[in-house]
Design a protein around this ligand. Structure first.
Ligand code: COS
Length: 380
């Protein structure tokens, strides 16, 4: 399987590579240390069009293809994984779901602002007792005339304390399972919205992860996204796109770890010669490069299928499964190649290793991806 990129796609890749390595990479270590949200960099990314890549031009977007998008997202992740997850959720799930399911009024009101990066979008599905099984969510939405009243707690919400728009999933009180779940567009100024506990995390420390608490939060009825009780499918479709995004993020981190490990192996001498001369390390580097290349092909394949309008849930899950596991293997090997230095804050691989850890967990664990893939393969 080879991929021939168009001139436009190559140009996007080169330009975003230059921007990411010059601008985003420069402050990534400091932001990781200080848990500092990349407000400034997101503004610059907005100016470059990175926060509206998939939005139709009629709402101020770039209307680019998914392949271009994953190329750009990979470059951003190469430089800063925290920034990449914000870019991924905003573009893949939030802008994508609004473009697909939003009303004209919702698109004019919210999609335009998201496209301009005036506000960043977040996705609020997970709850304390509904992670891998989102059909167990307990948050409720009750309609009274023109208002929905939302009650419940969302957990592990990327951008919970910083985003300006949330897609929130909640259910009709008496409903069970996939039934009765609806999606809502919620802004932090709506009465009854509160940011709860902010997590102290191992990695992706420059992107906040929070509880959101809804106490009779009043949402105008016009902020229902899609049809009533269509929420589970909206969330699943959003996650199909989201998983391609997280796969691209994982690829970027894996590529960075590989490049840094190669450079170090050539510079570091032991036994009177560069450690890159030793077969033990050469084979490790060969395996890491092969791993990265496999992930790259799966990511591009899933993105290209999406661009062709093909059903790609399974390929999105394959890309996410493989790339996220790859990022964990490759960052661990990069730390190993660095020896003792690899576990110190002075070396970038230490941050990459920590950042990669969540990739096999969020937007569906590796085990969930295997359910999606096997269900597709084994269906009648
Ligand atoms: N796109 C659109 N609709 C989808 C879909 C998709 N990718 N996947 C499932 N659906 C629909 C099904 O067609 C089905 O609809 P009908 O009832 O009309 O037939 C409905 O959703 C239920 O599907 P299914 O029975 O497959 O749901 P399950 O509860 O068995 O769950 C998994 C399926 C495990 C795949 C799902 O729960 C999942 O993705 N879990 C992980 C959630 C996750 O990623 N959490 C992380 C938090 S988000 S950061």
């Amino acid at each position: 399987m080879t991929f021939e990129l168009t001139e436009e796609q190559l140009l996007i890749q080169v330009n975003i590579r230059e921007f990411s390595r010059q601008v985003l990479a420069a402050s990534a270590a400091e932001r990781d240390r200080n848990k500092q949200y990349p407000t400034h960099n997101l503004k610059k990314m907005g100016e470059l069009g990175l926060m509206r890549m998939l939005v139709p031009t009629e709402y101020g977007g770039e209307e680019l293809d998914t392949v271009s998008y994953v190329l750009a997202l990979t470059e951003v992740a190469y430089a800063c994984a925290s920034t990449a997850v914000i870019m991924s959720v905003h573009n893949s799930i939030v802008c994508g779901s609004l473009a697909l399911f939003g009303t004209e009024i919702q698109k004019q009101k919210y999609l335009r602002r998201l496209a301009a990066a005036d506000i960043i979008g977040s996705f609020a599905l997970t709850e304390p007792e509904a992670g891998s099984d989102p059909s167990a969510l307990k948050s409720t939405a009750i309609r009274e005339t023109d208002t929905y009243f939302l009650n419940g707690t969302k957990r592990f919400i990327t951008g919970g304390a910083t985003s300006g728009l949330f897609i929130v999933l909640a259910r009709r009180p008496t409903s069970k399972g996939h039934e009765g779940i609806s999606a809502f567009l919620v802004t932090p100024d709506m009465p009854g919205f509160e940011v709860g506990h902010i997590e102290e995390k191992i990695g992706l420390r420059a992107s906040d992860t929070c509880d959101l608490i809804f106490s009779n939060c009043s949402i105008p009825a016009e902020n229902l996204l899609g049809r009533e009780e269509e929420g589970f499918k909206i969330a699943m479709a959003g996650l199909d796109s989201g998983r391609i995004g997280i796969a691209a993020q994982s690829l970027g981190v894996g590529m960075a770890a590989l490049d840094i490990a190669i450079k170090y192996a050539k510079e570091r001498s032991q036994f009177g010669q560069p450690i890159a001369n030793f077969q033990g390390l050469r084979w490790m580097i060969a395996e890491m490069a092969t791993d990265v290349e496999c992930a790259r092909l799966l990511v591009l394949n899933a993105a290209a299928m999406k661009d062709r309008g093909e059903q790609c849930s399974s390929q999105a899950s394959m890309a996410k499964l493989y790339a996220s596991e790859m990022a964990n293997r490759v960052t661990a090997q990069a730390v190993q190649i660095h020896g003792g230095y690899g576990i110190t804050k002075d070396y970038t691989v230490e941050r990459l290793y920590r950042d990669a850890r969540v990739f096999t967990i969020y937007e569906g664990t590796s085990q969930i991806q295997k359910i999606v893939i096997s269900n597709e393969i084994l269906k009648d």
